[in-house]
Design a protein around this ligand. Structure first.
Ligand SMILES: Nc1ncnc2c1ncn2[C@@H]1O[C@H](COP(=O)(O)OP(=O)(O)OP(=O)(O)O)[C@@H](O)[C@H]1O
Length: 592
């Protein structure tokens, strides 16, 4: 199908929902507000395809910013289905990636911001040392510099525009600490992660021509998951869109804001809807879940919203699994009883997800599933393939290509090459660079097709044949090359961790794999059945959540994100007579 046919068919799929169609056709600033499963991402990707096809003439394009690499990869996959490849005319990435590759890297040497041409991104050890040095010069005393830096960091993320009175007016000592820290980094030709949007903001604000250059390249800016992006992105949006002529298309849901600890603030999204130059469109239908699950989710949130299931949608099912003891026994019950029960009722393993709050709980479930002989794939901090790392996902895709994907074009080689180019070069690539990288990649992949290597050996080859060279030529300062070394360590055969390459590639004969994920990583995803693990009174909310109203509200939103992931069935697993108070609220509301 050609890309214009793909676009027509995507618009057609939305035709029963006039609000979605209106959003896709909007040509002014537009904010789409809606609950889970209402098609926000689908609307955004279709609007992006339409803008590229109808409104924007080549070589101009669009930029699309989202919260993290995981969301960016998901968007790229959805856009590829509409015939749009990231890189051609579309930037798709995080706000840090945008700041670095579209503003700092191309323009830093043209303006005086104190960065050498060959600046580097500081390592964790370098940032810690800079905090200690800055503390000694700016504050002194016997306090723990890092504890104090937590407060400074919060101020740094919030007070983006330092020409405003708040910068020195509110907690001036922290302002001095921050400036000393940044000077320390600059002295060594370094920037840190939080510097990226801040420096980009300053460069655009102080130099109109940079803003105009961005406008010329990207006349429309798309933002997904706006509620999770912090003050820096919001200030950039105000500068570029309301001061610089770029059109804004943003989607979000304040009820799903779960990144408060990184500086996200759902009020920033709400503030956009107060503007008279922005059209706000609200979507009401939940296309994902059955009516019972939609009602239960409102009980989980603890607030009323005007959301409902799509017409004719089946009710869906809620099941409750009280287990006599704590988390270990609950994990075993999931592996021995809950998942086999779902399987017996026709749910495919790869359409089942077990969700939990932290990676150590993933370890418990993983152990229990191993004992039960059930295959699984993890997306949490202890996963072999980190979903939030582009390099890690690329390595997994290469494994899929080698283990049969080369025959079925799943994944396509051209997509692998695009991924490699983005990882190594970030933005612009010369044709000779592309050719060289392609030769290396295809050479390695073809040489390892059908080899009998295990994952560990194959990763070692990947590291020595590709990564070793790529890290010497890379222009993408954001890259985490150590991810491959970490994967090699995590498949160490001496510790009995090695697995067949087909396992890494997710190509095991005859069966899919259960998804294990933290609630944070489950954001934006959907499954036929979701098992919520450890919904105990002491965990939802935890002692820590109870310490402030803000933390309690965020914990509740996190619970809500989990509850809104299933299409057909939601299973709650908890300790008998010790369930979370939210379980009862959810059950009561589902009955109405
Ligand atoms: N108009 C529509 N008709 C039928 N299905 C739709 C429509 N819009 C979206 N969907 C489907 O609904 C599901 C949820 O869509 P999508 O992931 O875009 O929602 P979302 O609002 O981004 O969800 P969340 O905020 O929970 O991540 C997807 O399976 C999508 O294909």
């Amino acid at each position: 199908m050609s890309s214009s046919q793909q676009l027509l068919s995507a618009i057609n799929e939305l035709s029963t929902n006039p609000e979605q169609v209106a959003a896709v056709r909007e040509t002014g600033h537009c904010v789409v507000l809606a609950g889970p499963g209402s098609g926000k991402t689908k609307t955004l990707t279709t609007a992006m395809a339409r803008a590229l096809s109808d409104d924007i003439i080549e070589p101009r394009g669009v930029a699309c910013i989202t919260y993290n690499n995981e969301c960016a990869i998901e968007l790229e996959t959805r856009l590829a289905r509409l015939g749009i490849e990231s890189g051609d005319r579309a930037f798709i990435g995080t706000v840090h990636g945008f700041a670095l590759s579209q503003v700092i890297a191309p323009y830093a040497r043209c303006v005086p911001i104190g960065l050498p041409a060959e600046f580097q991104v500081a390592t964790r050890a370098q940032t810690r040392a800079a905090v200690e040095a800055a503390y000694a010069t700016a504050i002194g005393g016997s306090d723990d510099p890092h504890r104090r830096w937590n407060f400074a960091s919060e101020k740094r993320r919030r007070d983006v525009d330092r020409s405003r009175p708040d910068w020195l007016g509110r907690n001036p000592e922290l302002a001095v600490f921050i400036e000393a820290y940044e000077n320390e980094l600059r002295r060594q030709g370094l920037i840190d992660f939080d510097d990226m949007p801040l420096l980009a903001y300053r460069m655009i604000k102080e130099h109109d021509w940079i803003r105009d250059a961005l406008h010329a390249r990207f006349p429309v800016l798309f933002v997904d998951e706006y509620q999770d992006l912090g003050h820096a992105l919001h200030e950039l949006v105000l500068l570029l869109c309301f001061g610089g002529g770029i059109r804004l298309f943003a989607v979000g849901d304040s009820d799903q804001s779960i990144y408060g600890f990184t500086g996200a603030n759902p009020e920033l999204l709400d503030s956009l809807t107060q503007r008279c130059d922005v059209r706000t469109i609200r979507l009401r239908f939940n296309y994902r879940s059955g009516g019972k699950i939609v009602r239960a989710s409102l009980g989980a949130l603890g607030e009323e919203r005007d959301y409902r299931e799509a017409e004719g949608a089946p009710e869906g099912e809620l099941t409750f699994w009280p287990v006599t003891l704590g988390l270990d026994v609950q994990a075993q019950a999931i592996a021995d009883t809950v998942i086999p029960d779902l399987e017996k009722r026709g749910f495919a393993l790869d359409e089942i997800a077990v969700l939990y709050r932290a990676a150590y709980l993933g370890d418990k479930i993983a152990e229990a599933l191993k004992r039960a002989g059930t295959p699984f794939v993890r997306s949490d901090g202890n996963a072999l393939v980190r979903r939030s790392s582009r390099l890690s996902r690329f390595i997994e895709d290469c494994a899929r290509w080698v283990v049969g994907g080369w025959k079925s074009a799943d994944p396509r080689y051209s997509r692998l090459l695009q991924q490699a180019l983005k990882i190594v070069y970030g933005a612009q690539v010369r044709p000779d660079e592309e050719q060289l990288l392609s030769d290396q990649l295809i050479g390695f992949l073809q040489a390892t097709i059908n080899s009998s290597d295990t994952t560990h050996t194959w990763l070692q080859l990947f590291d020595s044949e590709l990564i070793a060279h790529w890290r010497t030529i890379a222009r993408n300062a954001e890259q985490e090359w150590e991810v491959c070394a970490e994967m090699i360590r995590n498949t160490d055969p001496v510790a009995d961790l090695d697995i067949p390459l087909a396992h890494l590639a997710g190509r095991l004969e005859g069966t899919g794999r259960v998804n294990l994920s933290t609630l944070h990583s489950a954001k934006g995803r959907e499954f036929d059945a979701v098992v919520m693990y450890g919904v105990n009174a002491s965990d939802f909310p935890s002692q820590r959540d109870r310490q402030s109203t803000v933390a309690l509200r965020e914990a509740r939103r996190l619970f809500y994100v989990g509850v809104t992931r299933p299409r057909r069935e939601l299973a709650m697993v908890y300790q008998e007579h010790h369930h979370s108070p939210w379980v009862k609220e959810l059950f009561d509301r589902s009955q109405k």
